[in-house]
Design a protein around this ligand. Structure first.
Ligand code: NAG
Length: 448
C-alpha cells in the first residue's frame, strides 16, 4: 500500500515536471478556456462579456473536486459568459497568479467589463462550489445593454441613430434574459437592442407581433422590419441578425500599430525622466505616472489606519529625520518611496487588491515610539520599511540586503511574499496596538 502510494507520488511528480500545459486540469473540449496571462488579457480583460476565472493547481484536492461542477457551469454558460481557468502551478503563470492576489486554490474570480476597456471589475466568487451556484452568480453579472422600452418612449428610441440597425424583443417577461443580454453584447456598437412587454399594445400592433417572445429586426436604412421565426437559441439568432451587421470578433482585432504610437511630446519627456538609466522604453508607464503613496503625518492618522484592533496589513515606510524638510528626502528614502509608489500604482492599474502603503515622516510623533517598540535601529538617519497587521498581531521588516537595495524589484518581491503569506513574521510587541476601548474613545472624539 505504502509502496504503491509512493509510486503514484513518483509518477505524479514526474508528470508535474513536464513542461507547459500538459498537466492542466481541463481538456479543450470541456468548454473551460485554459489561459495564461496573455490569454486572460485578450479574452477576459478586454471582453464585453462577463467571465469567471478559476485559479488552481492541478494537485489541489478541492480543485479536482470542483472540476465536474466547473465543467458543467461552462456548458450551461456557453455563449452567455466565459468560463476560464489559470493553472497557477505552471511556472509561466506564477507571477500572474501573484499579481491577482491568489492565496489559495481554487480561487474563483468573476470579471465584469467596466466602462474602461481592458480594466474590468474583478471580484472573488465566494458562493457555493456547485454548477448552479456558479452559473447564477455569473448570469447575474452579464452586462445589460438592452434598453427596456414602452409605448411611451418607443418612438424616441427608434429615432435615436435612425439609420442604424436595431432589434426589439417582444416578451411577456419583465426581466432581461441572459440570452438577450448576450445578443446585445455580441452586437455592441452595431445593433441596438431593446425589449418591450406584451402589454405595450401599440408597439405590438405596430409590428404585427402575435406571439411571445418574438424578435424583430429593423435592418436600418429604411428597410422593412423582419420578424425572426427561428429557434430561440443564440447561434441562430446571431446568424439572423448578421444580415444587418456583423457580430463583434472575439478577441477584438489588434489595432493598427500606428494608433499606438505615443504622442510626439511623450518620447522626449520619458527620455528626460529616465535619463541615464538603461531602462527599456516599453514598461515605462508605471515609473512615470506613479502617484506618491499616502503620508500619515500624525499619530492619530497612523493609529486609525494601521494600529486599531481590527486594522489589516499595512506597509509603513519610516522616513529618516531631516534638518530641512523636502531637501533631505533623497538617497535611500527617496528610492524606497518611489519603489513603493510604483508597486502601488501597478496594482491600481491591474485592478488587483493591495494593502495600503504609507509614508510615515519622522515628524509624526508616533514614528519614534513605534520604531522603539519594534526595536528598529535608533539611527533615524535610515529609512525603515515594515509591514504589520494589527488584527493578526504580526510584523516584519524589509531587508534591503548589504547592498542597501531599495529598488522596485526587491521591494515588490518583498510585498508579493507578504501577499502570498510567505516568509517569517514577528509577533507584534504588546502595547503597539491601541486597545479597543482606547480606540472607541478616540472614534467618539473624531465625530466632533
Ligand atoms: C466590445 O464592444 C465594442 C463596442 O462598444 C466593440 O467595438 C468591440 O469590438 C467589442 N469587443 C469585443 C472583444 O467584442
Amino acid at each position: 500500500m505504502l509502496q504503491s502510494t509512493s509510486a503514484l507520488l513518483l509518477v505524479a511528480s514526474l508528470l508535474a515536471a513536464l513542461p507547459v500545459n500538459a498537466d492542466g486540469l481541463y481538456a479543450k473540449k470541456s468548454g473551460v478556456l485554459q489561459l495564461d496571462q496573455k490569454g486572460y488579457n485578450k479574452l477576459i480583460a478586454h471582453s464585453n462579456y462577463s467571465s469567471i476565472v478559476e485559479f488552481y493547481a492541478p494537485w489541489c484536492g478541492h480543485c479536482q473536486n470542483l472540476k465536474p461542477a466547473y465543467e458543467k457551469a461552462a456548458k450551461n454558460l456557453d455563449g452567455l459568459a466565459k468560463v476560464a481557468a489559470v493553472n497557477c502551478d505552471d511556472d509561466a503563470n506564477k507571477p500572474f497568479c501573484g499579481q491577482m492576489g491568489i492565496q489559495g486554490f481554487p480561487t474563483l474570480k468573476i470579471v465584469t467589463p467596466s466602462k474602461k476597456p481592458g480594466k474590468p471589475r474583478v471580484e472573488d466568487y465566494q458562493g457555493p462550489r456547485t454548477a448552479k451556484g456558479i452559473v447564477d452568480a455569473v448570469v447575474d453579472k452579464i452586462p445589460n445593454h438592452v434598453k427596456r422600452v414602452t409605448d411611451k418612449n418607443l418612438d424616441e428610441w427608434l429615432a435615436e441613430d435612425e439609420e442604424s440597425p436595431k432589434a426589439i424583443l417582444f416578451t411577456e417577461k419583465g426581466t432581461t434574459s441572459a440570452l438577450i443580454r448576450a445578443v446585445g453584447i455580441e452586437f455592441l456598437g452595431s445593433i441596438r437592442v431593446a425589449q418591450i412587454r406584451n402589454m405595450e399594445v401599440e408597439a405590438v400592433e405596430k409590428f404585427g407581433v402575435t406571439e411571445f417572445p418574438s424578435l424583430v429586426l429593423l435592418p436600418g436604412n429604411g428597410q422593412d422590419p423582419v420578424i425572426y421565426d427561428g429557434e430561440l437559441k443564440k447561434g441562430p439568432i446571431i446568424e439572423f441578425l448578421s444580415q444587418a451587421a456583423s457580430p463583434n470578433p472575439d478577441p477584438a482585432p489588434t489595432k493598427a500599430k500606428a494608433s499606438e504610437k505615443p504622442k510626439p511630446s511623450e518620447p522626449s519627456e520619458s527620455e528626460a525622466t529616465t535619463e541615464g538609466s538603461p531602462k527599456p522604453l516599453v514598461p515605462v508607464k508605471a515609473p512615470l505616472s506613479a502617484p506618491a503613496i499616502e503620508t500619515l503625518a500624525t499619530a492619530e492618522a497612523l493609529e486609525a489606519a494601521c494600529l486599531a484592533p481590527k486594522s489589516g496589513t499595512c506597509v509603513l515606510a519610516f522616513l529618516p529625520q531631516s534638518g530641512e524638510p523636502d531637501v533631505e528626502i533623497a538617497g535611500h528614502a527617496k528610492d524606497a518611496l518611489e519603489s513603493l509608489a510604483e508597486v502601488s500604482h501597478k496594482h491600481v492599474q491591474r485592478k488587483t487588491k493591495l494593502f495600503p502603503l504609507y509614508n510615515i515622516p519622522a515628524g509624526n510623533t508616533a514614528s519614534k515610539t513605534l520604531r522603539a517598540e519594534l526595536g528598529l535601529s535608533e539611527d533615524t538617519q535610515t529609512v525603515d520599511i515594515v509591514a504589520l497587521n494589527a488584527r493578526r498581531g504580526w510584523w516584519r521588516q524589509y531587508d534591503p540586503s548589504a547592498g542597501a537595495d531599495y529598488g522596485v524589484t526587491r521591494i515588490e518581491a518583498w510585498i508579493d511574499a507578504i501577499r502570498l503569506g510567505e516568509g517569517s513574521r514577528n509577533k507584534l510587541p504588546e502595547g503597539v496596538i491601541v486597545t479597543k476601548e482606547e480606540f472607541e474613545k478616540k472614534a467618539e472624539h473624531d465625530e466632533l
